[in-house]
Design a protein around this ligand. Structure first.
Ligand SMILES: *[C@@H]1O[C@H](CO)[C@@H](O)[C@H](O)[C@H]1NC(C)=O
Length: 497
């Protein structure tokens, strides 16, 4: 029914996906499989240029930087995208963004020919910008182009397209395809091709109707775009609704990040968002992704089976994000968060034990692998799906933009920190490397259990009251300037990261 009624929405989901959050997933998983070739390349390049072989730690440092500079680019991208979206439009922003990806991809592809690992760094940085812009632009464009009744489903496709990107990165990373000595630059630069695909196809879709009407004042264009996406009916009612929403937003002053931090009445909401968003990165999931090969090697899996193990991870994540979609409607968010963290603590404990014991009992390495899968599954089915939309759930409209900005920053910085630190951890702590993530997950679970009320089916205002009751300070003073509106699904950066 969906396909028949909204063919262009389906098309838009696919076309925006490949140039949007897909690139983010690809950027994270694509670098894992050629790690040993890239390290070798850096080592050889330094030899040719400076006549020195690098020490192990120097090489690790350069390698971590190549991996993590992606996150710095992402942070920059998520800042740049804000004026870009409102000035040139959602679709054009995505289109322009493809040039960044293509430039980055070309640098990566040519880096070996040019014997320059600096090009790898710049290329990864550009890819990061592309991913940062893509996350926001994709989310905004696709939510604005879909009718209300489909928005829940479309929200999930954003997360699915990240998972799909990761999966493709792993699939291409198999040594039969691009994950080998000869082809690894093509693997790193693969996103240039998906960007090119979007660049030539997306112009056939219209700009977001909401943008056309509100930012451009183009009533006719908006009508035409609505017709394309939602079918040949009269869309007067929808147009009116958009205009009304605009009026509401105009009467409301958006608060700055500084004001967000100063506002006493919402500090528990802010703390909740900060803690949970940090845990998104610091629970070890992205560490497992970035360095899945090192992790599986540490777990004692054979070298030739590692690729298939990490391919399995991609499949596992896609399945569990679907599961999350199904259970999130029926289970309380707090319940899901707390049980998720509790399960992760148990799994991480077991994992630490099996990693330690496997030196003595060799088949234990398969238990470790199963546990890594279980960790991934628990994380994507529980906390990841709940935390993603949290900033639009906890904050009223006036604080939403600054809260989202804070979340974005925490997210990308966390990714950078994990990317830089984790290899050092693996090297020095070996089987105990997950202990840190264990402690963090435990702390986060405790925080949520004691400090956060249940949030299911509540508006930000109701949640705010629950927070106050929970912390024993019942005040009504801030009640009147908050606005009673249900939280919206569209959240610029809050997709599953
Ligand atoms: C760099 O390459 C040389 C020669 O192949 C090798 O002996 C050395 O161990 C390599 N350095 C690292 C850190 O792998």
């Amino acid at each position: 029914m969906l396909k028949k009624e909204f063919p262009f929405v389906i098309l838009a989901i696919f076309l925006t996906g490949i140039g949007g959050t897909f690139q983010y997933g690809l950027g994270i998983s694509g670098v894992t499989s050629p790690s040993s070739y890239i390290k070798e390349f850096v080592n050889q390049t330094c030899m040719q240029r400076y006549d020195v072989y690098l020490e192990q730690w120097q090489l690790s440092l350069i390698w971590s930087f190549i991996v993590s500079v992606f996150a710095i680019g992402g942070l920059l991208g998520s800042i740049l995208v804000v004026p870009c979206l409102s000035k040139i439009g959602r679709r054009n922003c995505l289109l322009l963004n493809n040039f960044v990806a293509i430039t980055g991809g070309l640098l990566l592809i040519l880096s070996r020919k040019a014997s320059s690992f600096e090009m790898l760094m710049v290329g990864r940085f550009l890819d990061g910008i592309n991913a940062g812009v893509g996350l926001s632009a994709h989310t905004l464009y696709i939510t604005e182009c879909t009718p209300k009744m489909l928005q829940g489903m479309v929200g999930v496709t954003i997360a699915t397209s990240i998972a799909f990107g990761r999966f493709i990165g792993q699939l291409l990373g198999l040594s039969e395809f691009l994950g080998n000595e000869a082809n690894w630059p093509w693997l790193l630069g693969f996103n240039a091709f998906t960007a090119l695909l979007q660049l030539v196809t997306l112009p056939f879709l219209p700009e977001s109707p909401k943008f056309l009407l509100l930012n451009r004042g183009d009533q006719e264009g908006c009508q035409r775009a609505l017709m394309t996406f939602w079918g040949n009916k009269d869309h007067g009612a929808e147009v009116e609704e958009i205009v009304k929403e605009k009026a509401v937003l105009q009467n409301m002053r958006s608060r700055s990040v500084l004001e967000l931090f100063r506002e006493k009445s919402i500090r528990w909401q802010l703390a909740t968002v900060c803690v949970t968003y940090s845990s998104l990165q610091l629970s070890g999931i992205n560490a497992v992704y970035f360095y899945s090969h090192d992790v599986f090697r540490t777990a004692g899996i054979d070298e030739d089976k590692i690729h298939y193990a990490s391919l399995g991870m991609g499949v596992c994540e896609m399945l569990s994000s679907l599961l999350c979609f199904m259970i999130i409607q029926n289970v309380g968010k707090k319940v899901l968060l707390v049980t998720g963290y509790a399960a992760m603590v148990v799994i991480l404990t077991l994992l630490t034990i099996t990693l330690y014991v496997q030196r003595f009992i060799s088949w234990m390495s398969y238990c470790s692998m199963v546990l890594i899968f279980a960790l991934l599954f628990t994380f994507s089915a529980g906390p990841a799906g709940v935390i993603a939309p949290l900033s639009s759930l906890l904050f009223t409209q006036e604080f939403k933009a600054s809260a989202t900005a804070v979340c974005c920053t925490i997210n990308w910085l966390g990714l950078f920190i994990v990317g830089m630190i984790f290899p050092v951890l693996v090297e020095n702590l070996e089987s105990f490397c997950f202990l840190i993530f264990l402690l963090l997950s435990f702390g986060c679970g405790m925080f949520v259990y004691f400090n956060v009320p249940e949030m299911r089916n509540k508006t930000p205002l109701e949640i705010a009251v629950d927070f106050e009751v929970m912390h024993g300070k019942w005040r009504r003073s801030n009640g009147e300037n908050m606005e009673e509106k249900p939280p919206k699904a569209s959240n610029v950066c809050g997709t599953k990261l």
